[in-house]
Design a protein around this ligand. Structure first.
Ligand code: GLY
Length: 235
């Protein structure tokens, strides 16, 4: 089947699902090679039809939240549902009590409602008063990883950042300052950078994200060249 991520803000039995995203877990193009933490993502997922979204809410997200309440462990926070659309219907692969990476890098840039307001509302028990508003534009994120990742990799390579296009956002992960008093960054992890681009549709966001990736480099850097391909031309 095909994998989908739906993260939700939850407070007891109130579940506000975020827009769906799709991760790309395998390290190489066409989903080849070992799984990683995620090599790129896009949102929205045009083939996640509203009937599927309703099914995720009715059959998985709401019953899960209600079950935690009825077990005396009401959940407050972000619930990440990793789902698989199969011929036998929607299946749950995993739940995480956190935001997903790199899905968050394509979902939060599209969230127009103030995130702090949402988190405060969860904390204060008034999430039901919140309505989520979304930017209709699409977002695509591409991860730049160290040579060898997800296996062993060397660290300490200088990261070069050029001129990034408008409507892009650079997220720095497996990197650190080269030393005190410098602004030079060096690699320190497997997934080093993620670049998100917003565009009128997935195709526009994708081409801007790849344009931006061309402005980033470090020795041995690699990335997938097919992020969001599955979304193009589908509805
Ligand atoms: N992208 C997968 C995760 O955050 O668990």
């Amino acid at each position: 089947g095909e994998e989908l991520t739906v993260m939700s803000f939850i407070e007891g039995e109130t579940v506000l699902p975020m827009e769906a995203a799709q991760d790309h877990k395998a390290v190489w193009d066409n989903d080849q090679g070992p799984n990683t933490g995620g090599m790129g993502a896009y949102s929205p997922v045009p083939h996640m039809l509203s009937a599927l979204f309703d099914q995720a809410y009715d059959d998985i997200l709401l019953p899960t939240a209600k079950a935690m309440v009825s077990e005396g462990r009401p959940f407050k926070g972000i619930l990440y549902a990793g789902l698989m659309i199969t011929r036998k219907g929607m299946q749950v692969i995993e739940f995480n009590a956190r935001f997903g990476d790199p899905e968050t890098q394509v979902v939060l840039p599209r969230l127009k409602t103030d995130l702090v307001e949402i988190l405060l509302a969860i904390h204060e028990g008034r999430l039901a008063e919140i309505e989520l508003e979304w930017d209709p534009r699409a977002a695509v994120a591409i991860v730049l990883a160290s040579a060898g990742y997800p296996g062993d990799y060397d660290r300490g390579y200088e990261i070069k950042i050029g001129d990034l296009p408008a409507d892009t956002e650079l997220y720095i992960a497996g990197a650190k300052l080269a030393g005190e008093g410098t602004e030079r960054l060096v690699t320190s992890g497997g997934r080093v950078l993620a670049l998100t681009a917003l565009g009128a549709d997935i195709e526009a966001a994708r081409s801007k994200a790849y344009e931006g990736i061309g402005e980033l480099n470090f020795e041995g850097a690699h990335y997938r060249r097919d992020i969001a391909n599955k979304a193009i031309g589908r509805c």
